[in-house]
Design a binder for this molecule. Structure first.
Ligand SMILES: [Zn+2]
Length: 353
């Protein structure tokens, strides 16, 4: 029932498998350590924070720490070599339940939580967590993509979250705290994974092995709005040429809609046919556009100037991201976006006028 959902671009991180991988969250680690030492670690927790900020890393480290066959949990130093550690790392440990949203679904399917219709509560997340651990001493259930729980799914989880079996640990992983359903929030201990600029840069350098200038790191983090997955994609060397090409086209005196459309389409198709990857690629492109127009607006403001066209282009780029997130047809979106940027209009259709 567990589904893996690994981003290949992100899977190649040179992780050490120890708590030193968890950059910028010493307080969270210390809190876990104290709770484990005092024997009161358990129950339902909700991890929130931007993508790539360390929530899944923390979940995996917790699973290893609690299930390692060589070292006691309180030592917070899983050996990394016993069969439990290896299986947790490979997402194959029988006492670690993992559920995530499949790429082709808008929400986490109910069956993943409470089993198929003909086998309700005989399988799925809520059922599996109730079973005795098979090899370890505890059960750990990790629900990724908490952002994509619908009301019905959340309702199925309520009882489990409220009264998790003794010694079980339930971790729900989401991004924006406010986006999590109130019924879930109120039943979980909320652990916030925030990264300041310094730690975001450390994470990119030390964990992901990114070796570029401080300015490039700062810029990528800013464009990505704190989303470390986006920052990593932006820092991917292959995207540098694209970044420069797009910037030139967008900031040209008279932007060429045909060229903009072509560059965006090439970017989108270069990542293959996978819809999620295409959306990421386009999202990054629009984020670059937002950044560029924001900078220009800022520069003009300093010069005590105001340029309505640049403002419209900025608005159009922000709108493009929203449209993308609402699953707009991507080819149509590219065409309309390129035309609107060339015309210097916001692309707001309908409404006033
Ligand atoms: Zn171990």
């Amino acid at each position: 029932m567990s589904q893996t959902n690994t981003d290949p671009e992100i899977a190649s991180q040179p992780m050490t498998g120890t708590w030193s991988d968890l950059i910028g969250h010493d307080r969270i680690r210390d809190w876990f350590a104290t709770a484990i030492k005092q024997g009161r670690f358990g129950g339902s927790m909700l991890f929130v924070g931007p993508p790539g900020s360390g929530k899944k890393t923390a979940a995996k480290l917790l699973a290893k720490t609690l299930l390692c066959e060589q070292t006691a949990p309180a030592s917070m130093s899983p050996c990394g070599t016993c069969s439990s550690c290896i299986q947790v790392e490979a997402d194959t440990h029988v006492d670690v339940i993992r559920v995530s949203k499949p790429d082709d679904k808008a929400t986490i399917p109910l069956e993943y939580l409470i089993g198929e219709r003909e086998a309700r509560m005989q399988e799925g997340f809520c059922h599996d967590i109730q079973l005795k651990p098979l090899v370890g001493s505890r059960k750990i259930a990790i629900l990724e993509d908490g952002d994509f729980l619908n009301e019905e799914g959340a309702n199925c989880l309520l009882k489990t979250l409220e009264e998790p079996p003794a010694d079980a640990v339930i971790l729900i992983i989401g991004t924006v705290e406010q986006q999590q359903l109130p019924t879930i929030r109120s039943r979980c201990q909320i652990i916030r994974f925030t990264l300041n600029q310094k730690n975001a840069k450390r994470l990119l350098r030390e964990v992901h092995g990114i070796n570029v200038s401080e300015e490039q790191l700062d810029e990528a983090i800013e464009i990505a709005g704190g989303n470390m997955h986006t920052a990593l994609r932006l820092l991917d060397e292959a995207s540098n040429d694209f970044h420069n090409d797009l910037t030139k086209l967008l900031l040209a005196k008279s932007p060429d809609p045909v060229k903009i459309s072509r560059v965006l389409t090439e970017k989108m198709t270069s990542v293959g046919k996978d819809a999620k990857k295409r959306r990421h690629a386009l999202r990054d492109a629009f984020a670059i556009a937002v950044q560029n127009y924001r900078r220009r607006v800022r520069a003009l403001t300093y010069a005590d100037d105001f340029d309505a066209t640049t403002m419209s282009r900025l608005d159009r780029s922000v709108r493009a991201i929203h449209e993308l997130d609402r699953n707009a047809n991507q080819s149509t979106l590219i065409e309309c976006y390129a035309a609107d940027i060339a015309a210097g209009v916001t692309g707001e259709r309908g409404g006033i006028g």
